[in-house]
Design a protein around this ligand. Structure first.
Ligand SMILES: [Zn+2]
Length: 333
């Protein structure tokens, strides 16, 4: 069967079930539905209205309520047979969502989302034993508001990025000046080599990549919206760490429940660093953001420099004494 492509947004178009819902009353999406198409609707509701739902692909009561709220807000009512909005995603609703999402994607034609979840703390020096669980749930956030927690994570991310950039800058300048690296600079060079896939045997060859990394860190530090304001962070009741859109700082960063119950003490900081790299256009190594970050697939400096995971891990390890990081390790999109 040929699929008629009606939908325009990156998020929706080409999805057989959503395309069907856009043209056929019989294909509308209702409570109880499951699947990728439902997840896309949920992502649209989160993105457009800040809906407090989990994008799990299940059209349950919370999603139904969010759909109803979406339709009421826009007065989406099929006058031919009803007088008020319902919680069904039919032709009018999918068209409205598609149009709004498309408008948000316009500044970034290749807009893709990163949803960071199921993150696992790692200890890069040794496999982490269960006895070393980094449990901070509740202990550091009891007195802090959500806004405080998010602001603190942003500040911490900015300050560690600045510090990391300074360190790599020192390494690069020493190499540029043909100076032998001190033990401290050598340790930093080796950390950079690890996360940027550089050969430790040829420091001069590594130089342009170190310069690229410091430039990307600077862009991350200086990231603003198109109107020059700080990137907005918002708490959403979804079970992920965070969600951002590629190349789209105007769309902000949405922090899910896991962000507030992090896996490690530096998890929030590293999530912010990771997601801000996406907002300056860094992907997961060049491939699709849809799917887990596969570290073993990142084998070249160019791929590493285009990987939010590699860059955030580099910052985390440069900043964590003893060469350890508890950065959120796994990014899924
Ligand atoms: Zn990501």
């Amino acid at each position: 069967m040929e699929v008629i492509m009606t939908l325009q947004s990156q998020l929706f178009r080409g999805d057989v079930k959503l395309e069907a819902a856009a043209v056929s009353d019989a294909a509308h999406i209702v409570s109880g539905a499951k699947g990728d198409h439902v997840q896309k609707v949920q992502l649209a509701l989160i993105q457009l209205d800040g809906a407090a739902i989990t994008p799990d692909g299940m059209y349950g009561p919370a999603t139904a309520a969010a759909v109803l709220a979406y339709k009421r807000k826009r007065n989406i009512v099929n006058r031919s047979y009803q007088t008020q909005a319902d919680n069904i995603v039919g032709k009018m609703t999918i068209a409205a969502m598609d149009k709004e999402i498309l408008a948000q994607e316009q500044p970034a034609p290749n807009a893709r989302t990163c949803i960071l979840f199921q993150a696992t703390p790692i200890d890069v020096a040794a496999p982490r034993s269960s006895g070393l669980a980094l449990s901070v749930t509740g202990s550091t956030s009891a007195a802090a508001s959500d806004a405080d927690i998010m602001a603190r994570a942003v500040r911490s991310s900015r300050s560690t990025l600045r510090s990391s950039r300074d360190k790599l800058f020192d390494v690069a300048n020493a190499i540029r000046d043909n100076k032998p690296l001190s033990p401290t600079l050598t340790r930093m060079f080796n950390i950079a080599a690890k996360w940027l896939n550089l050969s430790t045997a040829n420091q001069q060859a590594a130089l342009p990549h170190l310069d690229s990394a410091t430039n990307l860190m600077l862009r991350n530090i200086n990231l603003k919206t198109s109107t020059g304001t700080d990137v907005a962070l918002r708490r959403v009741s979804a079970s992920f760490h965070a969600l951002s859109f590629l190349n789209s700082p105007d769309l902000g960063l949405q922090c899910g429940t896991t962000f507030f119950n992090p896996d490690g003490p530096n998890c929030r900081r590293d999530v912010v660093t990771h997601e801000f790299f996406h907002m300056i256009g860094i992907t997961h190594g060049g491939g699709s953001l849809m799917g887990p970050t596969i570290r073993s697939a990142i084998t070249t400096p160019a791929q590493a420099l285009n990987s939010a995971d590699n860059l955030a891990q580099l910052v985390a390890e440069l900043e964590t004494p003893g060469g350890k990081t508890d950065a959120c390790a796994r990014a899924r999109e």
